[in-house]
Write a protein that binds this ligand. Structure first.
Ligand code: ADP
Length: 283
């Protein structure tokens, strides 16, 4: 049983394929990630799943329905957290939830109850009467998530949920998303960050240039593609090609070539593979 099934999904803008034959399936209650750099096609994929953009070809079902034929039905059963917060700054925090809930045609009393529960969930109960402008970036993000949950959706789509947040705000948000997952909400999220994917996703696909480059659980991807230490090496932008060639030939001594070496992170013990090797990322 799947709640989202995409097969050979394509989205073209003129001659350009923003999504170029992506296939994946998401099971109920699963947390599934699209990981990739800017321009990879993640948001375009999300918009097709969210039934706000039509596909060029391929097949797609969301909750068993084709978004081309059942857009309103699908949209009413999804929660969507867009990349840019689009909260209503004219309204207070709780009013944002009440107004949004009314768009779904939900009874006023039900929306009010749900708004209060969601403010608790988002740790914003003490800010219910605050202006949106007074909230921190992390609080705005949590309010956007609370708002996306007002219709009690079975699937939550999150486009780069923590981009731009400080580490503490990210961890609070991860904790809230983890709780949602525990409650059985299916999560589909995009991210640039492997650590975010590792925290939140059961499975993920790595996307670049509109195509899937790798697929699996975060742990299996780290085992397959990473090593115990990852160094991020920055050269002058005109020196990347030479540096890459030198590293590939095993001839590089980066400290001698003037590169800035920065140990990026040590992977948890469970993810350590091939402990004596070192890999480099050229930024
Ligand atoms: P990501 O979310 O991975 O950063 P996007 O899905 O936003 O990537 O974009 C994928 C590619 O499609 C980019 O090259 C982007 O410029 C292009 N693109 C996205 N939307 C449009 C559009 N409406 N018209 C033309 N090109 C677009």
């Amino acid at each position: 049983m799947t709640v989202i099934a995409a097969s050979e999904l394509v989205k073209r803008y003129g001659d350009f394929a923003a999504v170029d034959g992506i296939s994946f399936e998401v099971a109920p209650g699963e947390s599934f990630g699209l990981l990739g750099p800017n321009g990879a096609g993640k948001s375009t994929t999300m918009r097709m799943v969210g039934a706000v953009s039509t596909r060029t070809s391929g097949s797609l079902t969301v909750l068993g329905l084709d978004p081309d034929d059942y857009g309103p039905e699908i949209r009413s059963r999804l929660g969507v957290v867009p990349q840019q917060d689009n909260l209503d700054n004219e309204l207070r925090v709780r009013e944002n939830l009440l107004t949004y809930g009314r768009y779904f045609g939900l009874p006023r009393r039900l929306v009010a109850e749900r708004a209060d529960e969601l403010l608790q969930f988002a740790q914003l109960a003490d800010r219910a009467g605050a202006k949106v402008d007074e909230l921190s970036g992390g609080m705005k993000r949590r309010l956007t998530i609370a708002r996306a949950l007002i219709n009690d959706p079975r699937i939550l789509l999150l486009d780069e949920p923590t981009t731009g947040l400080d580490p503490q705000a990210r961890h609070i948000l991860w904790d809230r998303l983890f709780r949602l997952k525990e409650q059985g909400t299916t999560l589909l999220l995009t991210t640039h960050y492997m650590d975010e994917a590792e925290q939140l996703c059961d499975r993920l696909v790595v996307v670049d240039h509109g195509r899937i480059m790798a697929e699996g659980s975060p742990a299996s991807l780290i085992r397959s593609y990473s090593t115990r230490e990852v160094l991020e090496v920055r050269f002058g932008s005109d020196r990347n090609a030479d540096a890459a060639a030198a590293l590939a030939a095993g001839a590089a001594a980066p400290h001698e070539s003037g590169a800035a070496l920065e140990p990026r992170r040590r992977l948890p013990a469970a993810h350590r593979a091939e402990p004596h090797r070192m890999s480099a990322v050229i930024a």
